[in-house]
Write a protein that binds this ligand. Sequence first.
Ligand SMILES: Nc1nc2c(ncn2[C@@H]2O[C@H](COP(=O)(O)OP(=O)(O)OP(=O)(O)O)[C@@H](O)[C@H]2O)c(=O)[nH]1
Length: 236
Amino acid sequence: MESSLELSNSLGSVSSLLSGCRTFKVLVIGDSAVGKTCLTHRLSAAQFPSCVEATIGVDFRERLLDVDGEMIKLQLWDTAGQERFRKSMVPHFYRNVHAVLFVYDITCRASFNSLTTWVEECRRNSLGQEVPRFLVGNKTDLRDVIRADGLVSQEQAKNFAKTHNMMFFETSAKCTSRPRCVREVPYQRDKVEDIVNAVGARLKRQKNPTAAYNPAYSGSFQVLNKKKEKEMWSCC
Ligand SMILES: Nc1nc2c(ncn2[C@@H]2O[C@H](COP(=O)(O)OP(=O)(O)OP(=O)(O)O)[C@@H](O)[C@H]2O)c(=O)[nH]1
């Protein structure tokens, strides 16, 4: 497993050097089922997936982005939320990270409360404060079907973001139709592109990112010997 990771990362680095396009590793973390996989599909400009399974290990998706005339590549690491599917891979997730998206589900207070655990995991893995952090409250399309007192309020989330020096967004990975969402429920504006642009703009200002972890494909690494085995290196 580890040698596969190292080999693929080296191949990716070569590809990145040849393309001359700066590549940034963006880690996506948060509890299981908050919507990290769906969100990374959307962030990489793909559709909301019709069917998703729990991530085993990590999946990769990429997004090429034009930021003020410079093409940069966001390499989105969609990590497993379930501890049993993360196992010994965690240190790999945190190596050479350029930005982190902390995702919670606005309808699941427990996923918001867990954010401190995810922040702590970053600290344990020596992620410096200079690495930009983004807080994303997902599933805003469910705001109307959940009792207000069951929702994580924007105020709470903003305070958390401020305390931890994060840029805050709420979005729905599912709500893909911008005009329909804007007209029907104004606060459900499709913010996915806003998130991509904010991450891109913030990273573009970063000088000389390390180019170590650059798989030039979409694929996945998974912890083996699990019942729910997907194919290794499955394309997205
Ligand atoms: N209503 C709604 N459902 C969503 C949204 N995003 C994801 N989901 C659903 O939430 C469930 C979990 O989504 P995933 O993307 O697999 O969650 P995850 O965080 O990647 O989960 P792990 O892989 O276990 O870490 C799926 O049934 C999705 O269809 C959203 O914005 N709105």
